[in-house]
Design a protein around this ligand. Structure first.
Ligand code: FEA
Length: 157
């Protein structure tokens, strides 16, 4: 059996320190690697694979954005609107790509995977990190080093 290739590897530098967000980011990276491993260059195979996973992937990304945005709202993150716009623009690009795919227009799994990879590397590493740094400032550190959002943290905002 051929060895699985890894196009993006989770690294602690991606960590936001918020478990639910980190777990979702890890799942996204897993999905990108899975897509990469299915980019065979064979249009029929790629289409079959993509049509099986894409709706689950879109649903997953929507849920992830909702999780982040909810946290940003309750913690009154000053960069919320800019961050939400980045999510919105990304979602529009994905919807467009899926629409083209469903209309039978030219589709290359490798191009789509590279687009996701570039997005994940830049967005998680920079925009999500901005929020993570803000979160670290307002949340309460626990004994085990993790962060917890207490009522008092929110009342201070
Ligand atoms: Fe602000 Fe998180 O969103 N990572 N992604 N995609």
């Amino acid at each position: 059996m051929s060895k699985k290739k890894v196009v993006v590897k989770w690294s602690p530098t991606f960590s936001c320190g918020i478990k639910i967000i980190d777990d979702q980011h890890k799942d996204l990276i897993k999905l990108i690697n899975d897509m990469y491993n299915h980019s065979s260059g064979n249009p029929k195979e790629e289409r079959e694979y993509f049509s099986k996973i894409i709706h689950r992937a879109v649903k997953y990304v929507k849920e992830h954005f909702q999780t982040e945005e909810k946290l940003m709202i309750i913690t009154k993150f000053p960069g919320y609107h800019e961050h939400k716009k980045a999510h919105h623009d990304f979602t529009l690009t994905v919807i467009d790509a899926v629409k083209n795919f469903e209309e039978g227009k030219r589709f290359t799994l490798l191009d789509f995977t590279n687009f996701l990879k570039d997005w994940a590397l830049s967005h998680i590493a920079f925009m999500d990190k901005d929020y993570a740094n803000y979160f670290k400032e307002i949340a309460t550190p626990k004994e085990d080093g993790s962060l917890s959002l207490e009522r008092a943290d929110l009342e201070r905002l």
